[in-house]
Design a binder for this molecule. Structure first.
Ligand code: DQA
Length: 150
């Protein structure tokens, strides 16, 4: 069974009504449902998801500290650009982590161009809208399967 923890940071609970020209029209619940649908399709149901959203940096750090899963997918939202503590948590948990952004953070304001966490993540998906989460599920399954085959 492949297990994936999906962490979404501040203001992503308002997806659907938050700046739809940048973040699209889907709600976080709809995005999560699409991830489950896709994951179950490519893994024949041999996959489980834990979805976590918080507007609080410490709660995200706690969740990473307690994580027991094959892969973490994280959109740290605004904390991406500021949080040493989330970076340190990712580094110490030793679980392969994929960074996702709905928008292309390199095409926006200067302050969004630097990610505190990208150096400690396996890779980053940025600019593909909510489909980025689906791409991250695909990458997670590849990572988990290649780990179990080695
Ligand atoms: C975001 C980009 C961040 O700069 C921003 O603060 C967010 C969302 C994205 O998904 O594009 O809240 O992480």
């Amino acid at each position: 069974m492949i297990s994936i923890l999906i962490i979404n940071g501040p203001n992503l609970n308002t997806l659907g009504k938050r700046e739809p020209s940048i973040y699209g029209n889907l709600t976080l619940e709809e995005i999560n449902r699409n991830m489950v649908k896709y994951g179950e399709k490519i893994c024949k149901k041999n996959i489980k998801f834990d979805f976590f959203q918080s507007n609080h940096e410490g709660a995200i750090v706690d969740k990473i500290n307690q994580a027991e899963c094959d892969v973490i997918i994280i959109n740290a939202a605004a904390f991406t650009h500021t949080s040493i503590s989330i970076r340190d948590a990712i580094l110490s948990c030793k679980i392969p982590t994929i960074e996702v952004h709905i928008s292309n953070i390199y095409k926006r304001e200067e302050f969004r161009k630097h990610s505190m966490i990208s150096e400690v993540c396996l890779g980053q998906i940025s600019g593909f809208g909510s489909n980025g989460y689906i791409l991250a599920v695909q990458a997670s399954v590849n990572i988990a399967q290649s780990k179990s085959n080695s």
